[in-house]
Design a protein around this ligand. Sequence first.
Ligand SMILES: [Zn+2]
Length: 144
Amino acid sequence: MIEKFARKQCEGDHPCPRCGRWAMDEKPTRNALSRRADVYVCDACGMLEGIEDMPHNFKFPLSAWAIVKNPAAFGMPLQLVLLDRDSWSRPVYECGGWLYVDVDPRAGRQPSICTKQDNDFDGEPCAPLPEGTEVKFIPHRDIW
Ligand SMILES: [Zn+2]
């Protein structure tokens, strides 16, 4: 996913995929090239990665990058991983530690994805995804 984003990075403005701050130079090549993935990061992140590479230092995992936690903010589809069905038989998905539910999982209908109240597996549907959010179902969309 990060590598797909790297291709988009040249077209238009995006926050730094590592820290999520709007700290990127508008010319991607004037930013730091990450040592972790083939993508540009802001100067501060480039420097931090350099420090991390010294012996015994903690390395910030890719899974903690801003883009992995909130791909939609980077114009990338939300990767919804199917978990199971909740007590209402609605399919529950997970992305970056957050639970989502498809409240209209009928075949032939557009998915209607909401967050779960309190991020609880059997919680009520809470906020709908912002309009235009792209989603990708992994491995597939669970439908009725
Ligand atoms: Zn950064």
